[in-house]
Write a protein that binds this ligand. Structure first.
Ligand SMILES: [Fe+2]
Ligand SMILES: [Fe+2]
Length: 226
């Protein structure tokens, strides 16, 4: 075969291979793009449901359950308190004074019913060193939060107030997290459901005598104070 013809055939063969490779690459890219599109579409399809679930659960956090036991009452307090504490470090003026008063009322009543009713019951039901350690740590954290609240109430400069509000928020957030993740689940193991319900009734009755505005009426009142 003439040399020129062989070279031409080789060139043609190389061109065919290159075209095939390019086509394969394009196909792969298209498949990847399609996979991305499909994934985005399915995420978008799932998103409204997740958002709805999130907003449902957050609205549950703000509304008192119908048949509460001690743990749901205390968790409801946390859900009311934590957003107020977060807000407190960012605001000034009369709004700040109103939110501070709400925080004082909610936090003091909450720690009081825990210390008078829930914590002693937990201490008496404790079965091991870990339970007793949980009880003592929680009590000490209340003492620290109480001091931080008093320090906050006496702060007049905006920067100092904001710094102390941040410290109080972090203390309460940490404490509430430990209660909800460790102490309350342990209490569900230590107490029968009927006892937790009875403790819940006792806590709610005590709150009423302490004069705390709680539950849906408190939520309405806080809306009007904004
Ligand atoms: Fe507590
Ligand atoms: Fe608590």
């Amino acid at each position: 075969m003439p040399r020129k013809l062989t070279t031409t055939k080789k060139k043609a063969s190389r061109a065919t291979k290159t075209a095939a490779k390019t086509a394969t690459r394009k196909k792969t890219n298209r498949s990847a793009a399609n996979r991305t599109k499909r994934s985005a579409a399915s995420s978008a399809a799932r998103r409204p449901k997740q958002t709805a679930q999130r907003s449902r659960s957050s609205s549950h956090a703000a509304v008192a359950p119908r048949y509460p036991d001690a743990i749901s009452v205390l968790k409801h307090d946390h859900a009311q308190l934590l957003p107020l504490l977060k807000e407190l470090k960012e605001i000034t003026g009369t709004r700040r004074q109103r939110v501070l008063e709400q925080v004082q009322e909610l936090l003091q009543t909450h720690t009081r019913v825990e210390e008078e009713i829930f914590y002693p019951a937990f201490r008496d039901a404790a079965q091991n060193d870990e339970d007793r350690k949980m009880y003592h740590e929680a009590t000490e954290e209340h003492r620290t939060a109480d001091m931080a609240l008093r320090e906050l109430s006496s702060a007049s400069e905006d920067d100092v107030f904001s710094a102390r509000a941040k410290v109080l928020q972090e203390l309460v957030q940490h404490h509430a997290k430990e209660e909800e993740e460790d102490m309350f689940p342990r209490a569900r193991e230590l107490f029968p459901a009927a006892e937790l319900k009875r403790l819940g009734d006792e806590i709610r009755a005590r709150k009423q005598t302490l004069g705390q505005r709680s539950g849906p009426l408190a939520a309405v009142a806080s809306l009007f104070s904004r």
